[in-house]
Design a protein around this ligand. Structure first.
Ligand code: FAD
Ligand code: FO1
Length: 462
């Protein structure tokens, strides 16, 4: 087979230590971008392997506890990884899964294999960054990081935390031409690796996971690269043409439902963007979708990359902290505990239905997510408690949870991040307000509640 060395834009790559390349097998330490197709980190690893004339293998370090992710998420991820392992083998690339703490496992494995270079993908989350910091200095080979998740590499889009979508948008659009490029076709092929690696014993690994099994798999979305590609095809064929007009209507079913696949990297945002732009959709539908997929999503990575408090109340803007403090003593018409919220036990049938959807399927429509979080602010004892409740429930149940988009979405809803001050009112202060009558102007609320009511879910009907 011809070995093609795809050219990965060097601005997508950054060295995490200053160890020079050496002769030895090349490893792609896969974490965020769990896919064989359209993966710049994998393509760079191929490039490096061809340059060094060395075999290539993929390594996945399975952390026993990843931000308290329940079994629902490990199940989705596992099934996706199994499919990716087969796809990699078809390319002549073995995959190995190491169970345990990445910070200790990977250096030992790299030494054992006498790795010549390690390439990993990019995530702005503190946990994965702490792994890389711990590992980078202990490796005897170079560690490179490739932003395979964003269309424009996060560190290139901006060198600071951006104020709002309107400030990052021109920076992203200025670089869109350079980075929103097609992937090499055919994608890199490798000489079958001389590394003889057994296939992964997934059942043994699955038994080792200590995740909370009471939050079981969601059957709302089949996991994996093929299912993700199918979802994209269906979205383009059936729903994209109504996206601009109906994306805020939870009853319309015209959103892509790609976020869980994007979160686990089972599909490339760049490939999604290219596919949408090459479709026959209207400019309005295409632009509305690309605004979310490109600007909003990459603004979230920007926030998490530059603000270490992204997952706490402390990360919200100063004006928002001040206005919420001014209203901290305001009387709350309703006050619910975490248990009340989790069980969907509030006075509001619309909020309860949204919570039921989250618990039962791991999905909640984007428009309702804003309403859901804002009502947690309105009905919690304090804004800090509200922030914590929203993060905990979103990460515990949402299939796309533990994602920069989630922390950013909650900071926007509860703490005015990337938004501006609005008309001042009790409890919210100048944080943008939402209410059920506002929802009723956007969509048929009763129909949404009925539809969710029909869904068999993990907890009894409220
Ligand atoms: P589509 O409308 O089809 O959009 C396509 C893609 O664009 C999405 O998959 C997503 O990657 C991106 N996108 C869309 N809207 C946004 C947005 N507002 N911000 C950033 N990216 C966006 N998204 C997550 O991926 N994980 C989360 O845990 C999450 N939690 C959220 C919590 C709150 C309180 C709020 C307000 C938003 C949250 N979002 C989260 C963002 C957004 O609601 C979801 O990405 C979107 O609803 C996913 O559905 P979809 O894939 O059908 O979206
Ligand atoms: N990434 C890993 O490298 N190893 C894991 O064991 C792992 C588990 C995991 C569980 C739930 C979840 O939502 C994400 C998980 N990820 C894991 C990380 C994920 O693939 C992304 O890298 C991060 O979410 C960063 O966006």
């Amino acid at each position: 087979m011809k070995t093609i060395s795809p050219q990965v834009d060097p601005r997508r790559v950054r060295a995490l230590n200053s160890v020079p390349d050496r002769t030895g097998p090349v490893m792609y330490w896969m974490s965020r971008d769990q896919r064989a197709r359209h993966n710049w980190a994998l393509l760079h690893a191929c490039q490096k392997a061809n340059e060094l004339g060395q075999p290539l293998e993929v390594v996945f370090t399975l952390a026993p506890n990843f931000l308290d992710a329940p079994f629902r998420h490990y199940d989705f991820m596992f099934r996706g990884l199994q499919e990716t392992e087969s796809a990699l083998r078809a390319l002549g690339i073995p995959m190995n899964v190491l169970s345990g703490e990445p910070g200790t496992l990977l250096p030992a494995y790299a030494t054992e294999r006498r790795a010549g270079a390690i390439i990993t993908d990019f995530s702005p989350l503190k946990l994965t960054r702490s792994w890389k910091t711990a590992i980078a200095e202990r490796l005897e080979c170079p560690l490179y990081e490739v932003d395979a998740h964003n269309i424009v590499p996060c560190w290139l889009a901006s060198t600071k935390q951006e104020f709002a979508a309107r400030t990052i948008r021109p920076k992203l659009h200025a670089l869109q031409e350079t980075f929103l490029t097609p992937f090499p076709d055919p994608e890199a092929h490798y000489q079958p690796s001389s590394l003889i690696s057994p296939t992964v014993d997934w059942s043994m690994i699955a038994d080792g996971i200590r995740a909370n099994r009471s939050i079981g798999p969601s059957d709302a979305l089949p996991p994996g690269e093929k299912a993700a590609a199918n979802r994209l095809r269906q979205f383009i064929a059936r729903s994209l043409q109504e996206y601009a007009e109906k994306r805020n209507d939870p009853n319309s079913g015209c959103v892509s439902q790609l976020s869980a696949y994007l979160h686990f990297g089972q599909i490339s945002a760049q490939h999604v963007a290219l596919s949408v732009m090459q479709s026959g959709s209207s400019v309005a539908d295409r632009d509305a979708f690309i605004e979310e997929l490109f600007v909003r999503r990459e603004l979230s990575d920007n926030f998490c990359f530059y603000n270490p408090d992204y997952d706490t109340f402390n990360g919200i803007p100063a004006w928002a902290k001040a206005t919420l403090a001014d209203h901290a003593e305001d009387r709350r018409d309703y006050r619910y505990s975490l248990e009340d919220f989790e069980a969907g036990r509030t006075h509001d049938p619309l909020w309860n239905a949204a919570q039921k959807s989250l618990v039962g399927t791991g999905l909640m429509h984007g428009y309702l997510r804003m309403y859901w979080a804002k009502k947690i602010l309105e009905w919690s004892a304090s804004p800090v408690t509200a922030f914590e409740t929203a993060v905990l429930l979103n990460d515990r149940y949402a299939l796309d949870g533990r994602d920069p988009n989630g922390y950013t979405g909650i900071a926007w809803s509860v703490g005015g991040l990337h938004d501006r001050p609005w008309f001042e009112r009790p409890v919210y202060g100048k944080i943008r307000y939402m209410n059920a009558s506002g929802c009723a102007r956007k969509f048929d609320v009763q129909r949404y509640i009925r539809e969710i009511g029909r869904q068999d879910t993990l907890f009894p009907d409220t």
